[in-house]
Ligand binder design. Sequence first.
Ligand code: NAP
Length: 314
Amino acid sequence: MAGMRTFALPGTSLTASNVIAGMMRIQDMTPEAVRAMTKTALDAGINFFDHADVYGRPLHACEAHWAQSVKLTPTQRQGLIIQTKAGIVPSGPYFDFSKEHIIEAAEGSLKALATDYIDILLLHRPDALVEPEEVAAAFNQLEAQGKVRYFGVSNHTPGQIELLKTAVTQPLVVNQVQLSITHAPLVAHGVAANMQDLAQSVSRDVGLLDYCRLHHITLQAWSPFQHGFFDGSFLGDRERCPELNDVIDGLAAKYQVPAIAIATAWITRHPAQMQVVLGTTNTERIAGAAQGSDLPLTRAEWYALYRAAGYLVP
Ligand SMILES: NC(=O)c1ccc[n+]([C@@H]2O[C@H](COP(=O)([O-])OP(=O)(O)OC[C@H]3O[C@@H](n4cnc5c(N)ncnc54)[C@H](OP(=O)(O)O)[C@@H]3O)[C@@H](O)[C@H]2O)c1
């Protein structure tokens, strides 16, 4: 069985697992279940935990539930990478990248997470009213106070990142975006570039994958097992994805891993060194997904999954 792959996260001094435990769905779990989920992740070699101020209700609920359930010792804390996000105002809803909002959100996360520092703070979704100088002022203050070590973005285009860089001096080390075998415009448009009659060939992110590779920004894949936007997993869904599940099950049998490991490996196999952000709260699925961290799908297998999901190889 393949172990957990770790790598030096470009732009940081962090050594990160390429599978991340996402904490968006833990609100209704018991503290025991949150502890079991965390232990399963750690035992599988996952050292990276993804949070956001807006996970759970009220604000910071999932961050606080996790911290209160796992009660990390200082040594345990040092061994982990804790990432969280700011910039969404759910009561609007709207986005707010003002200095005041970013700092208030980060302070709230520090308190909820019961930690002195956040390893990586992401801007959660692009704010149409972004003023790069405001973001820079917030990042500079949080960095100078030792409250945030590294910064990144989520759901951002290359142009939006370049705009931030006109004022932000810290490297933007991460961009977290939606990616699964069945939701792969990030990858698929480039494979069918410039084909006039094909929807797949439309670039929905303005060339983000190549941009991130060129600029050493690590992509993190959220909803790695969802069919589309929060509409259920494609895994085992023979109604919507019979062919894809046939290919996944065949490869799972070949490699002697659960199906979820193959879905994970489709992302980790990509040479962009992407990370997979798991959302499952189920310990068996977490352990199963971790088995896809370093599973070396061949080119033919990777493309067979891609074609079975409905994407064209022209
Ligand atoms: N940056 C952003 O904008 C953004 C947006 C969304 C999410 N995220 C992050 O990404 C993480 C993952 O998102 P996600 O939860 O949508 O991703 P996911 O891992 O693709 O989906 C997990 C969900 O699918 C369910 N599921 C049903 N059958 C499954 C199966 N056979 N295998 C695996 N899961 C199955 C899980 O239920 P069980 O729990 O019962 O297994 C869980 O509710 C979140 O926790 C969060 O950290 C970021």
